[in-house]
Design a protein around this ligand. Sequence first.
Ligand code: PMP
Length: 405
Amino acid sequence: MYDIQKIREDFPILSRKVYNKPLIYLDNGATTQKPRCVVESITDEYYSVNANVHRGVHFLSQQATNLHEASRETVRKFINARSTSEIVFTRGTTESINLVAATFVDSQMKEGDEVIVSVMEHHSNIVSWQLQAARKGIVLKVIPMNDRGELLLDEYEKLFSPRTKIVSVAHVSNVLGTINPAKKLVEIAHAHNVPILIDGAQSIPHMKVDVQDLDADFFVFSGHKVYGPTGVGVLYGKEEWLDKLPPYQGGGEMIQNVSFEKTTFNVLPFKFEAGTPDYIGTTALAKALDYVSAIGMDNISAYEHELTVYAMQRLKEIPGMRIFGEAEQKGGVISFLVGNIHHFDMGTLLDRLGIAVRTGHHCAEPLMHRLGIEGTVRASFGLYNTKEEVDALVAGIERVATMFG
Ligand code: PMP
């Protein structure tokens, strides 16, 4: 049973007020709120364990190391990776993509080679590649979409050439909510002998992900979007690929031996983890993953799906409503505009009613160009949102619309 009241009680922030109104938090695509167990894990570890990991012989250092490495195992299990060697801790999705883009382009690509991305990517999955492309003369090719916000698989197929070296695509769009057919995208890339990175920033909080079943070569996500702390994220990479890629940053932890003549590098995954990791954050991330696992990812998916269907239906009743993203497979992200009301005005006035939504281009300007708009209002759901909150959103939008005549 999905006990929504009990779940909400796990998140202290949900009972606060803003402008003397109950907080209705619908900005989960940007970041999620944290359950008590995650926050307590952070204070507990600082109060009773804190010591730098891996290098210490003393008790606390070993305890901190054990917690940190146990968290890696929790992540491995959560996404069903083969081995913890394939789990690299990073600062988040952005750093994970930059790591792959920098090391892959550096070691695997030559001038004139091509990367395939899609029109609905977050800037982090565009600019990371562009920076490398500019340095080395690499070409970006873009998978187009239809007006419902679904990628055109036929067009995707046509983009492959002998110069295509990697594909990098979002699992779920942070603007349209489209759940891309990741398995199919992987299959097509592999049919062309091309590896593929899946940006799981918007999928990992909402659905079960099995990287072996998906068969993607890289899968990346951020801890803070899945009820974990900020500042820690994950790069999953197949061992064969991580082995082929050179280190990203130099420093402690990532080396085996250092001399001025020759330095050798550590084994996976440490080769990619230069410097002191956010070991407090990784423990808290593991707590967050344990938390959602206890509820059950399938239960979360089912609950959020029902909420999304309800919200789509209620929002469409509003006169002048335009929803961007009506894919057959759609997660709990709804972007919209109402009449001629500017997204910023709508967001600001909803905020005064205690409703937190996001406005703007959502770090997806190329997608905004494709849609022919400057920005949208975006409501994005988490596992603790309710139909009553959707009703309040609808009432709020109607009130703002009335103000604008
Ligand atoms: N990709 C997608 C699809 C996202 O939604 C986001 C966050 N909005 C990112 C990447 C970047 O994540 P982060 O800022 O946590 O690195």
